[in-house]
Design a protein around this ligand. Structure first.
Ligand code: ATP
Ligand code: MG
Ligand code: MG
Ligand code: MG
Length: 565
C-alpha cells in the first residue's frame, strides 16, 4: 500500500474525551473514528488489524471443531419473550419496530437465535455434538460506553455455541474451547489470565471462566495465586459485614474475595436463577450478619436512589423473605426491608405501615427503599458462605502462595449453560433409547474489537503503538525520506516491489512530507519494522529499524530484505 493513497490521517493530539492510551493512540494513528458514543468506524489500518484477529480466531475455532456461520442482528422480540429475557435483559437491549409495528431487538448475543435454529435442525443424538460460531456485530446500549473500542455500543464479537447430549460431552467441548482461547490470546501476544468467574462454583450448572488481559485500565479486579492455578474475578461485589444490627461496608474493600462453599449458590447462579442478566446488575451488595449472607442485586434499568439502597439492613429473618414475596404480601409497589429478627408477617406489616405513612425510616431502626420496586430494581436472596481475603494473604486453595491482585480487561468468556435455553426454547433430541432430552449447551464469547483495544493498550510507548507481528496492519514500513530524490525513489520502489512479491505486507511512505513527520507517523502507527531509504540509497544501504527494540542499523538492502523475508 502506498501511504499517499491510504485513508489514515494522523493527529498530533487526541481528542480530550479519549482518556485511555489505546483510545488515544488508535484515534491519533488513524485506526478508528467515532461516529457516536460507543460507535466506531474502523479505518483501513484498523480494519486490517481486526481482520488479523478475526483470522486467528477463525483458525483456532476451526481447529477446535467449531463451524462458522452468520446469524442476523435483527431478531424478533418474540424469541426473546420465549426465553424470558425480553424484559429481564434491561436497557442494554436495543429495541425497534418494523413498519408493521412488529417488535425486534438488535442482538446483544445470540443464544435465542441459535437455540431456535438448532431445535429445528437437529432432533437426534446422532447429529450431536455440534458447535457453531460467528464473528458478528453486537449491539448493547451500554450505560457508559468507554475507552473507545473497549466498551462499545456496537462492537464485534466472536460468539460460539455448543450442543451436547450430556454433561460429559459439554465438559469435553468446554475444555477444547478453553484451549482454543489460550492459543488465540497467546497468538495475539497478550499478557492475560484465565480466571474463574465464580471461585469454586463446583458442580451444577454454570461453570464459567473469563479471560482477562492484564491492564491497569481494566474494570475487573482479579486475585491470582502464584503457587497454584487459583485465579478468580472479584466481580463487582461490595462486601458488607457486621453484627446482627446494622451491616456496614467492610473496611477491607476492595480487597474482598468471595470463597463460595461448594453447593452454595454463587452470584452468577443467582442471576441465572432469578433470570436477571449480568448486564443489568449495576451493583451487587453482599451482606453478612446474623449468621447469614445475602446479596442484593441492584438493577440498572431504573434510577435507584443509591443512598437509600445503602441504608438497607440485612438480617437472618430477611433471608427467608425474598423481596418479591414481601412485595406480593404487602400488595404494594414500594420495596421495604425491615430490621433484624422480624418474621415475614411482621416485616410486611411494617412495610405497609412505613409506606402508607410515607416515612423514610431515617433515624429509626427501620430503613426502606423508596421509589424502588422489588424484583424490578433489586432482588434479595441468600447466597451462601464466603470470607474476604486481602492482597498478600495466603491463597485460599493451596494455602502456600501469596495472593496478588491485578486489574483485568474481560476479553473472553466461556460458560457452561446447561439446559437454560434448550429448556425454555424447546431444543431437545431423542437419545439412543428414543427418549426426549434437552440439549446441553455451552456458549463462548470473545470481544474481537475489545481485543484490538486491549492489545493496543498493552503494546505502546510514548511515541505510539507497537504491534505484535501477528496483528500488525503491515509488517514492513518503507520510509522514503525524500520524494524528490530520484535514487531514493527508485530504490524504495524496487524494495517495495520485492517485498510485495515475497508476500510481505508493506506500507510505502511515498508522501511529500518532511523526514521528521515520516519518522513520527511511523512510530505512531506502530508497524514492527521500518526500512528507511535515505541518503545512503546510492550505496544500496538502508536503515533497518525495529519498532519494539527501538534499534537502528545501517545495512545493505539485501541484508534488510533477508531479515524480513
Ligand atoms: P463486560 O463485563 O465487560 O460488560 P460482558 O460480561 O457483559 O462484558 P459477555 O456477555 O460475556 O460480556 O460477552 C462476551 C465478550 O464480549 C466479553 O468477554 C467482552 O470481551 C466482549 N464485550 C462485551 N461487551 C462489550 C462491549 N460493550 N464492547 C466491546 N466488547 C464487549
Ligand atoms: Mg456487559
Ligand atoms: Mg463481564
Ligand atoms: Mg462476560
Amino acid at each position: 500500500m502506498r501511504q499517499n493513497n491510504l485513508l489514515a490521517t494522523t493527529l498530533r493530539e487526541a481528542p480530550a474525551e479519549a482518556e485511555t492510551i489505546n483510545h488515544q493512540l488508535l484515534l491519533r494513528a488513524g485506526y478508528i473514528r467515532q461516529l457516536a458514543a460507543g460507535i466506531y468506524t474502523y479505518l483501513p489500518l484498523g480494519r486490517r488489524v481486526l481482520r488479523k484477529i478475526e483470522n486467528i480466531v477463525r483458525e483456532e475455532m476451526d481447529v477446535a471443531g467449531a463451524q462458522e456461520m452468520l446469524m442476523p442482528s435483527m431478531q424478533p422480540a418474540e424469541l426473546w419473550r420465549e426465553s424470558e429475557r425480553y424484559e429481564v435483559y434491561g436497557k442494554e437491549l436495543m429495541k425497534l419496530r418494523d413498519r408493521h409495528e412488529r417488535e425486534f431487538v438488535l442482538g446483544p448475543t445470540h443464544e435465542e437465535v441459535i437455540t431456535s435454529l438448532i431445535r429445528g435442525e437437529i432432533s437426534s443424538y446422532r447429529k450431536l455434538p455440534v458447535t457453531v460460531y460467528q464473528i458478528q456485530t453486537k449491539f448493547r446500549d451500554e450505560r457508559r460506553p468507554r475507552s473507545g473500542l473497549m466498551r462499545g455500543r456496537e462492537f464485534l464479537m466472536k460468539d460460539a455455541y455448543s450442543f451436547d447430549t450430556g454433561w460429559e460431552g459439554l465438559d469435553k467441548t468446554y475444555a477444547r474451547m478453553y484451549k482454543a482461547y489460550q492459543r488465540i490470546f497467546e497468538r495475539c501476544g497478550l499478557s492475560y489470565r484465565a480466571v474463574q468467574a465464580d471461585a469454586g462454583a463446583i458442580g451444577g450448572e454454570g461453570e464459567t471462566h473469563e479471560f482477562m488481559a492484564l491492564s491497569s485500565i481494566g474494570e475487573d479486579t482479579i486475585a491470582v495465586c502464584p503457587a497454584c492455578d487459583y485465579s478468580a474475578n472479584l466481580e463487582q461485589a461490595e462486601v458488607y459485614s457486621g453484627e446482627e444490627d446494622m451491616l456496614r461496608k467492610t473496611d477491607s474493600l476492595p480487597a474482598a474475595v468471595k470463597f463460595h462453599t461448594p453447593g452454595i449458590r454463587t452470584i452468577a447462579q443467582l442471576e441465572q436463577e432469578l433470570q436477571i442478566a449480568p448486564e443489568q446488575v449495576i451493583k451487587t451488595l453482599i451482606y453478612q450478619g446474623g449468621g447469614q449472607t445475602f446479596a442484593v442485586l441492584v438493577r440498572g434499568d431504573h434510577e435507584v436512589n443509591e443512598v437509600k439502597v445503602r441504608n438497607f439492613i440485612g438480617a437472618s429473618e430477611i433471608a427467608l423473605a425474598d423481596a418479591r414475596a414481601v412485595q406480593a404480601a404487602a400488595g404494594v409497589e414500594n420495596g421495604y426491608v425491615g430490621p433484624v429478627g422480624l418474621s415475614l408477617p411482621v416485616l410486611v406489616d411494617r412495610a405497609v405501615a412505613a409506606m402508607t405513612s410515607g416515612t423514610t425510616g431515617a433515624g429509626e431502626k427501620d430503613y426502606h427503599f423508596s421509589g424502588v420496586v422489588p424484583g424490578r430494581d433489586f432482588i434479595l436472596s441468600q447466597v451462601g458462605d464466603f470470607r474476604t481475603a486481602q492482597e498478600g494473604e495466603h491463597c485460599p486453595v493451596c494455602g502456600k502462595g501469596v495472593l496478588h491482585f491485578h486489574q483485568g480487561i474481560e476479553i473472553g468468556h466461556i460458560f457452561k449453560l446447561g439446559t437454560k435455553y434448550s429448556d425454555k426454547l424447546g431444543a431437545s433430541f431423542l437419545d439412543a433409547t428414543g427418549r426426549s432430552k434437552p440439549m446441553i449447551m455451552g456458549c463462548y464469547g470473545i470481544g474481537i474489537s475489545r481485543l484490538l483495544a486491549a492489545v493496543a493498550e498493552q503494546n505502546n510507548d510514548e511515541q505510539g503503538l507497537i504491534w505484535p507481528m501477528a496483528l500488525a496492519p503491515y509488517k514492513v514500513h518503507i520510509l522514503q525520506l525524500s520524494v524528490k530524490d530520484e535514487v531514493q525513489r527508485s530504490t524504495a520502489e524496487a524494495l517495495y516491489k520485492q517485498l510485495i512479491e515475497l508476500g510481505i505486507e508493506t506500507l510505502l511512505d511515498d508522501r511529500d512530507e518532511r523526514a521528521g513527520v515520516k519518522f513520527k507517523d511511523s512510530s505512531l502507527i506502530g508497524i514492527p519494522v521500518a526500512i528507511v531509504v535515505g541518503k545512503d540509497a546510492g550505496e544500496h544501504k538502508v536503515e533497518y529499524m525495529d519498532r519494539r527494540l527501538g534499534s537502528k542499523e545501517v545495512m545493505d538492502i539485501a541484508e534488510a530484505l533477508s531479515r524480513v523475508a
